[in-house]
Design a protein around this ligand. Sequence first.
Ligand SMILES: [Zn+2]
Ligand SMILES: [Zn+2]
Length: 190
Amino acid sequence: MRGRARCDGAQGRRASEGSPVRIAFVREMEDCMAERSQGEGREGGCRCGGVRFRADSDPLVTMACHCTGCQRMTASAFSLSTLYPSATFEVTFGTPVLGGLREGTRHFFCPECMSWMFTRPEGMDAFVNVRSTLFDDAQDYRPFIETWTREKLAWATTPAAHSFEGFPPEDAFPALLAEFAATRSSPQMP
Ligand SMILES: [Zn+2]
Ligand SMILES: [Zn+2]
């Protein structure tokens, strides 16, 4: 993900894929996913109910993104999303369609109500980024990290524990995911 200017893939650089850094990063993330194969199982769907999905593992991390791409795609100040292993996520009803810029990173929408539902990040097939507020119970998907604060609206704030001016460096992810998991398992989890 390093070198990618925005999470919507507008300025993605494919050249970084397959690099030793990326391969090591993906392996570390996969190790983290393996540890979290047991999960809670959550369902969600679009506004009209035409597309439904299910996530059968604990979330890897929750995020808010302030980039201007997310501002436009959400018609709001920032997007909210939750990273899951692709292997534990499935569309259970309906057929989502592609939207957004359709350049590498793929954003999936309901074909009827056009809700932005989930994203498959370019070069990271093992992960899916589900839009947090589409879960039937979205209350505990409080964002743990926030990204692209350099593009944020001046008044926009989130309760995220970690803020990044752009996208977090890949080598920051293992520690972030471990800290997030510890937060989830603590009784003080908001
Ligand atoms: Zn719909
Ligand atoms: Zn964004």
